[in-house]
Design a protein around this ligand. Structure first.
Ligand code: PEP
Ligand code: MN
Length: 286
């Protein structure tokens, strides 16, 4: 379902840079992640663990999300942890596990790149490069992923406005790469009962102002496993082109973000519910 522009797009009082602007490029961009199209009528679900921990963990989780209908596998090899003493990810070893599972499962894969010096390496192993919330304004990194030519999943900075978010995306497009998906993942507010405040109004706003596809991360957006399904459904109802959801084959032993990760059964139930919501808003999930 194509976004319907409001009668007067100028009634949104922010500056939208030209390359990301829908006013200048009315047609919605389709981002092709190794054959998986984000931005079309299908709502694309990305599932997988916060961090890649082991072959067993990634294998079991990948197969369960694939069986439920996820099209892209997520998993971090380089993790941006708030504490330097927390698990930092398996690094290059994690990337190798990801590539093996990618080949066996035939799922497309997305993983985070945190440093300009890692872009080439990560691009060799992944179908899509994730720029995390903490790096949304790391301009050299944005330029580097732009130059890589790979599809980019750009997460909204946790303290960034929509205007800043769109300007960050513009950095990537400026390097000749329009394969950018915007991801709302929750912002910091005065509220403390949830990990972040998931800004669902960002979905229609971003789609109004930009031709780039928009996906939502209800896992980091809430930090609460029980709240993930309801916010996931709300995001699809509000027009999201996809979701990125943390799933772990055994959340209770996860090294990272177990409290917000669904187990395979919870994910399967959610996928069934999401298909109904997608249908109700003129979209589909295969
Ligand atoms: C993630 O998706 O693994 C992640 C660290 O998310 P964010 O950058 O949104 O905090
Ligand atoms: Mn996480």
């Amino acid at each position: 379902m194509e976004t319907i522009l409001c009668n007067n797009p100028n009634d949104v009082n922010i500056t939208v840079p030209s390359r990301v602007s829908r006013k200048e490029n009315p047609k919605t961009t389709i981002v092709n992640v190794n054959g998986v199209e984000i931005g079309g009528s299908e709502v694309i679900i990305v599932g997988g663990p916060c961090a890649i921990e082991s072959m067993e963990q990634l294998y079991e989780t990948a197969w369960s999300v694939k069986a439920s209908g996820a099209k892209i596998l997520r998993g971090g090899a380089f993790k941006p942890r708030s504490s330097p003493y927390s698990f930092q990810g398996l690094g290059e070893e994690g990337l190798k596990l990801l590539r093996q599972i990618r080949r066996k499962s035939e799922l497309a894969v997305v993983t985070e790149v945190m440093d300009t010096r890692q872009v080439e390496l990560v691009a060799e192993h992944a179908d899509m490069l994730q720029i995390g919330s903490r790096n949304m304004q790391n301009y050299p990194l944005l330029k580097e992923v732009g130059l890589s030519g790979k599809p980019v999943l750009l997460k909204r900075g946790m303290m960034s406005t929509i205007e800043e978010f769109l300007h960050s995306a513009e950095y990537i497009l400026n390097e000749g790469n329009d394969q950018v998906v915007l991801c709302e993942r929750g912002i910091r507010t005065f509220e403390t009962s949830t990990r972040n405040t998931l800004d669902l109004s960002a979905i229609p706003m971003l789609k109004q102002l930009s031709h780039l596809p928009v996906i939502v991360d209800p896992s980091h957006g809430t930090g609460l496993r029980w709240m993930v399904p309801v916010m996931a459904k709300a995001a699809v109802a509000a027009g999201a082109d996809g979701l990125i959801i943390e799933v772990h084959y055994k959340p209770e032993i996860a090294l990272c973000d177990g409290d917000q990760s669904l187990d395979p059964d919870e994910f399967a139930i959610l996928m069934t519910d999401l298909r109904k919501v997608a249908k109700a808003v003129g979209r589909e999930i295969s």
